[in-house]
Design a protein around this ligand. Sequence first.
Ligand SMILES: [Zn+2]
Length: 441
Amino acid sequence: MTKTICQHSGKLPEETMDFLRGIAADYAKVKTAVYERCSGIGSVERINHIYDIQTEMRNCGLRQQLRLPVAYYEMAIVEAVANIKSMWSKIKDRIREAIRNRDNLTDAECRYIRTVLKLDQVFAAVLQRRAYEMPRNVSEEDLDIGRLNNLIRRLVRRYVAKPKIRSTTQFKVIPAGYKYKNGGLYLVSRVPRRRICLPLKDTQTSTRQIRICIKEDSVDIHIFRDVEIHEDESRKGTIYIYIGYRDALTLSNGHVYGQELNKLVSPETERLSAKNAERSKIRHVMEQSAMAGDYRKAGRMEANNLGRKKYEEQKRRVRERTQNYINAELNRMLAEEKPERIVITRTGTVSRKKSSAKELNRRLTRSFGGYIRRRLEEKCRIHGIELLTISSKDTASICSQCGKQGARTSREFHCGHCGFRTTAARNTARNIEKKAISAGT
Ligand SMILES: [Zn+2]
């Protein structure tokens, strides 16, 4: 199990920041090039042969054109290939999930699809409409292969989400690309034998790949360590958790952790939406000035009023405070509940609604939903806790007591059939429990 340690550099000169931004931008270009070449269905099989891709990328001339040192170039290729692989494994997971809930597929048909997903050569052939040798365990059966292959292709098209460059402010470095000296980290530069120094605030070092995350006038350095998994004999039983936007974690046993997470986010949301309204008003006046030909006024307004620096800084502070709260509550939950297994739902698709303050608030807390899941996953790995995810279908509006349709507001749940009354979150958590148990997980 790998743990990430975050180190901070001191304040860096603008020249160094420029160098780092330049490397990050080129790093993103290399990843984009790999995505363009290798993320299509034509490369399903090839993506497992990273050496071929590395060779191709070494010979394509991009590195020379960018003048990017090998330490970054090679790392960008490796990272891009890993992202493409994870894209494919996510698509396959979603297909497995989709066929599980289909009534119009027989067991034998499901088995065929699962086999295709397992064998990359066959999977590639199906996607590329090539002939292939039927896998041994299905060849005997009387299946409508054409229909099943069409279904596989259709589901791939539905679930495909090509990897994208999400950030151009970070990059990784291979071990040969850095060294430690006199309390600083020295990175390979574009000039041979010249290294760029990043002074460090602590003395931890790494011998593996590291990640550089560029901030305003400094960097965070992520180093990776193996940690041992702590098996704890006293862990027992399973807990079922609903991850919500009001309270972070509601358990089917009624316990709540991360209570009123929304209140932590709420004042910030109101401030942000007021600020947004103000900014768009200023922008409007500015555009009017520009259209009227008064570029100096427009430029002045932009410089004085639309600076994002302070705005981003405040956002960052709220985010950090909220994340600290979430982490502390996750730890408290694991210590108090001592579960052996945890069941949560997979993330659903988010509907795109118009942005009201309330909706913005939900979106913000929802983005913390992703954070909660990631941290929970990591903590489960460290503690050797099994984490299972099930689909959230039919967990929200059905009564967890009698199974009929109930009435639900954002906070409360009430069943008109049996009179059951509880919080909406608790009802969902109880449904997750029922569903997981009846599915035999
Ligand atoms: Zn009921």
